[in-house]
Design a protein around this ligand. Structure first.
Ligand code: FE2
Ligand code: FE2
Length: 213
């Protein structure tokens, strides 16, 4: 398997410092993360057929739903405002852009795997594995930075449990790719390069949103 690390974006740290320093931005950010975790969980169930939904898929989807809950609870400890009770787009930072990032990853992976008939029998499952793989690579990178900055700011928000789950998910996806895809080297390089473009677009929107606040 080729190197599977996320493209670094040094500006992420500055953005997160700004977010953490404002209670409103921080609540909107936690609400967004929770929403994206929830979207990930829902996406797993929506896209997988019964014959692939075994213990590992059930565990993965329920972990992501639990992350959504944990982030919502962390948010509740910062601010008990009614606004943040649900996933109201008005009370998240860059919700459209975050959602579009995930949707675009999905379409990008699908388009690529559709090009080869070899993947037809396990097409949906492999799409799920690759989309999860690129998201987990990014999530591991992002949660690490976020956790470090939270600790530096002296905030009592602990992401260790979530981070350990994301590390495990990434390992799982790698194992599945090893078994299922003999062209994994070129595919992984392609997917990570595309993910970089999509994440950069999200990041630009995040930067703009912060400047406006
Ligand atoms: Fe997660
Ligand atoms: Fe995950």
């Amino acid at each position: 398997m080729p190197e599977s690390t996320a493209t670094e974006f040094p500006e992420m740290e500055k953005i997160l410092v700004k977010i953490i320093s404002s209670q409103t931005l921080h609540c909107q950010w936690l609400n967004l993360l929770s929403y994206l975790e929830f979207t990930g969980s829902r996406k797993i169930f929506k896209t997988q057929q019964n014959r692939y939904i075994g213990e590992s898929v059930l565990k993965h989807a329920s972990d992501e739903a639990r992350h959504a809950l944990l982030l919502k609870q962390m948010l509740g400890r910062i601010q008990s405002d009614e606004h943040y009770r649900f996933y109201d787009y008005k009370h998240m930072i860059c919700p459209f852009s975050g959602y579009r990032y995930m949707q675009s990853l999905d379409s990008m992976v699908k388009r690529r795997l559709q090009e080869s008939a070899d993947y037809a029998p396990e097409f949906n499952y492999l799409c799920y594995i690759y989309v999860s793989f690129v998201i987990e690579v990014r999530a591991n990178w992002l949660y690490d930075i976020y956790a470090r900055l939270l600790a530096e700011a002296g905030l009592e928000i602990k992401l260790d449990g979530i981070i350990n789950d994301e590390i495990r998910h990434l390992d799982q996806m790698k194992k599945e790719i090893d078994v299922l895809d003999k062209d994994q080297d070129t595919n992984i390089r392609f997917f990570l390069a595309r993910e970089k473009i999509l994440f950069e677009r999200f990041l630009l929107n995040l930067q703009k949103a912060i400047v406006r606040k």
